[in-house]
Ligand binder design. Structure first.
Ligand SMILES: N[C@@H](CCC(=O)N[C@@H](CS)C(=O)NCC(=O)O)C(=O)O
Length: 247
């Protein structure tokens, strides 16, 4: 079936969709979009909203990482992204919802906070992407796009500090999902794909690595989303950082 996935390079929910397509063995073409510009392209392609991931699969258009998980299971049931047992499915859906609604955004805000300070890191986050313009040029001329993205995502000092303050509890919750077997099993599910990409993106920020790497969620991210692109050297004020977890 003809399938095209629309992504912004290094977008964590877009990587969730890519990993789920790979897991299902569905071949697809990828369209890499620049942030902000992505909104117009998605609208022009007929999607109802302005965020990635979005896919065209056959004649269907599906947008949103959670919607895509369900569409993929419907279109190609094997291997499944959700358990057949209703209680287990409800637990995976709860983890997936948490990943989408609570975990994704603070990590996104910390990323844009850092990019705002040093947009040269965009080169590493765009590794392997085909943006239609040379990445050096995109970086040189990308100031306004970065400023707009930071504003769109409300990546301010206050929200970055709030994201950092919330991080230990968010990581505890992921570790709890792993401990109770909701995610982290031998066969990955939609919860694994949803959550691991946010953790993998967070691991590209050197400031966050010591908080995450010793935890079970760090190992999960490395297993489910290896080779995640991007690297941000230390940039956050040390006074804002929570204390690393005690091993
Ligand atoms: N919760 C949505 C989030 C989608 C989302 O916010 N995607 C971001 C990229 S991570 C986006 O498209 N932003 C638009 C932009 O940066 O211009 C999902 O999981 O699909």
């Amino acid at each position: 079936m003809r399938t095209r996935l629309y992504v912004i390079p290094a977008s964590h929910p877009a990587t969730t969709a890519a990993l789920m397509l790979d897991y299902k063995g569905i071949e697809y073409k990828r369209t890499d979009l620049m942030p902000v510009v992505s909104k117009g392209v998605l609208r022009a392609a007929g999607f109802p909203r302005v965020t990635v991931p979005a896919i065209k699969i056959g004649d269907e258009k599906v947008q949103g990482s959670r919607e895509i998980a369900r569409a993929l299971d419907r279109i190609q049931p094997e291997p499944p992204l959700f358990p057949a047992d209703p209680d287990k499915r409800a637990a995976v859906e709860d983890a997936e919802r948490f990943g989408d609604e609570q975990l994704q955004h603070p990590i996104r805000q910390l990323l844009w906070w850092g990019i705002k300070r040093d947009k040269t890191v965009l080169r590493s986050y765009s590794e392997g992407a085909k943006m239609g313009v040379p990445i050096g040029l995109a970086i040189k001329t990308g100031g306004p796009l970065v400023a707009l993205s930071a504003r769109f995502n409300e990546a301010t000092d206050d929200t970055a500090r709030a994201a950092l303050a919330a991080l230990p509890d968010l990581l505890d919750r992921v570790d709890a999902y792993i401990a109770d077997g909701t995610i982290g099993g031998e066969q990955p599910n939609a919860g694994d794909f949803q959550i691991a990409t946010s953790i993998a993106l967070a691991l590209t920020l050197d400031d966050l690595k010591p908080l995450i790497e010793p935890r079970p969620c760090g190992a999960l991210a490395r297993r489910i989303a290896p080779n995640y692109p991007g690297h941000m050297p230390p940039t956050l004020p040390p006074a804002w950082l929570p204390a690393p977890a005690v091993a």
